[in-house]
Design a protein around this ligand. Structure first.
Ligand code: VGL
Ligand code: ZN
Length: 194
């Protein structure tokens, strides 16, 4: 299926930060392998002057999701640390780019890029109706961002060749993908976009 992208479309790249890479504190296996593919998507949107949103986990060091503070995860993506920086090879556009920080206060966590952020209003005020979502982790922040988008009335496209999951339990990512598709997300690959 060919999908023609245009002025009502935006790209959302989820959490491509060092701590989610194989060398990071909360590694997503092969999380770094999707960088070149995500760069292709970014360039496609950039060429058409369409907005690109980069979400990032941006936690205080006593964050509720951390072990010892009520959560299950090792400390990760602590504000202003190297682990919270984007993968160095990710091609961030100079213009029409937005960085969306989430999980920024100690007592709230956010797996969805929409939770506690201005993402919805930024999309809405630009007349965006369709969002194309890739990044990490398929079974956490990608899943919740896709479902959040659908709940808010956006048409959500899942970048099947631009996602990687944690798979704490084997099969988590496969089940997450199936759930997103069942909820109405449309799976696409880069070669289908024009
Ligand atoms: C994420 C676990 C904890 C994610 C964030 O980006 O998918 N996963 N915090
Ligand atoms: Zn987190």
């Amino acid at each position: 299926m060919k999908v023609k992208i245009g002025y009502r479309d935006a790209l959302i790249v989820v959490d491509m930060q060092n701590d989610f890479m194989p060398w990071g504190a909360l590694p997503v296996p092969e999380g770094d392998r999707i960088v070149p593919r995500l760069n292709e998507y970014i360039e496609l949107f950039e060429r058409k002057s369409l907005p690109v949103f980069f979400t990032r986990d941006w936690h205080p060091e006593n964050h509720i999701s951390f072990k010892g503070h009520g959560g299950v995860w090792p400390p990760h993506c602590v504000q202003n640390t190297e682990g919270a920086m984007f993968h160095k090879d990710l091609k961030m556009p100079l213009d029409n780019k937005f960085i969306i920080s989430k999980g920024t206060s100690p007592d709230f966590d956010a797996y969805s890029g929409f939770q506690g952020t201005p993402l919805d209003s930024l999309l809405r005020e630009r007349g965006i109706r369709r969002v194309f979502i890739g990044g990490v982790a398929t079974d956490y922040c990608v899943k919740n961002t896709v479902l959040g988008a659908i709940n808010l009335g956006y048409e959500a496209f899942l970048l099947l060749d631009g996602i990687k999951g944690v798979d704490v339990n084997p099969g988590d990512s496969e089940r997450a993908i199936q759930l997103m598709l069942d909820m109405g997300a449309v799976g696409v690959e880069v070669k289908e976009l024009t």
